[in-house]
Ligand binder design. Sequence first.
Ligand SMILES: Cc1cc2nc3c(=O)[nH]c(=O)nc-3n(C[C@H](O)[C@H](O)[C@H](O)COP(=O)(O)OP(=O)(O)OC[C@H]3O[C@@H](n4cnc5c(N)ncnc54)[C@H](O)[C@@H]3O)c2cc1C
Length: 405
Amino acid sequence: MPRPPIPDSSVRDVIVVGAGPAGATAARVCAEHGLRTLLLERAAIPRYKTCGGGLIGASLAALPPGLPLRTYDTAGRFTFSHNGRRERTLTSASPTCAMVYRSELDQALTEAAAAAGAEVQDTTALNSLDQEGDTVTVRTNRGESLHARVVIGADGSASRVARYVGVRCAQVDLALEAEVPVDERTADRWRGRMLMEWGPLPGSFGWVFPKGDVCTAGVVAARGNPQALRAYKEDFLTRHGLLGPRPLHDTGHLTRCRFPDSPLARGRVLVAGDAAALLDHWSREGISYALRSGRLAGDAAAGVVSASDTAEAEAAVGRYGRQVDAALGAEMRASRTLMDLFTLNPGLVHTALTRVPPAWRSLDRYIAGRTSVAGIMTTPLARAAAAVGTWMSPVPVPAPAPATA
Ligand SMILES: Cc1cc2nc3c(=O)[nH]c(=O)nc-3n(C[C@H](O)[C@H](O)[C@H](O)COP(=O)(O)OP(=O)(O)OC[C@H]3O[C@@H](n4cnc5c(N)ncnc54)[C@H](O)[C@@H]3O)c2cc1C
């Protein structure tokens, strides 16, 4: 039975679901376009998010200018090791990677959205959504039915909106991370230096990020063997003297990478950031993807709202897909190639990075935001490494993880 018509006054232009970097950015951009925008967040803001909080150059460049944000350290030295051995520390030509707390970053981005005119409602979760004609209805945990011309799902890696849109994932990983308070001597040892260790499980690595009197340390590997990953985490933290102290947070979180042709929208419902499974396959860097896709989703929403007919609205949604692919698709494809090479032969990647100066210089330029992963993977050195790595390795390329959404 058709629903009774919804009065125009109760239909917002846009509802954005999730106040992480993708959602807060999308909401700010929508509000800057003059759209009547509601940003819904399930948690109370500020909320904790399992994340290293490392901002590479591409993330810093995508932040709104003048965003008030405290940086706890900037990594200028990078220690690499392979299963705890062959450790080597390299120095960055232009230290860029900023260490922040996600609760503070996401709160600052949400405040920027509110300052631009978005209405922010936290402790409110989307439970379900559907669309009819040019209206999308969002039902919340508070029992409300909210209406909008466009919905942007930026509700992270366990996204309900992604399930609705039908996002399909080529790679799903589990990350385990602890925020560990450290004494002065340990803090001095890590100041200005981060560590990346290529781990014992296929495609895995561990990291230590310095944040003054706290270190963020964790491990990531393909989902499916949590026991082995927990054992790796314990060993990794023990070796770096970070297991003893009582952690401030000790959590796990999924990361997901989309198939290149996975949908980014269904009708007037778009997805951005982790919800769209936009993430670097190798480093699992996702903040720059969230910020950039959030901006594009905000612009697309403005196109849909100002469309004079259905065809124009559909064209604006179609443009979103093409723009995301142009901005981030090449990056994801290149990082997939790098991830395949790394999974096949982490020792080769380690040797190249630590012993072949142009390889480190390329990675350093990427961290600084002066090149992309796609840029790195088209260098003759990376192409040669890819060819040698495939030829040398006896290990078959692992099958993609089963899709989840
Ligand atoms: C352990 C770990 C370490 C990482 N380290 C880094 C790093 O150092 N640098 C980097 O660039 N990337 C890192 N990443 C990736 C990065 O955290 C994500 O890519 C990034 O958070 C994506 O932002 P987002 O806005 O899409 O999603 P999120 O930050 O996950 O935000 C989603 C928001 O939606 C809310 N939400 C969820 N469901 C609902 C609902 N139903 N209704 C309303 N709200 C909802 C959530 O509460 C959350 O606030 C890391 C990831 C992990 C797991």
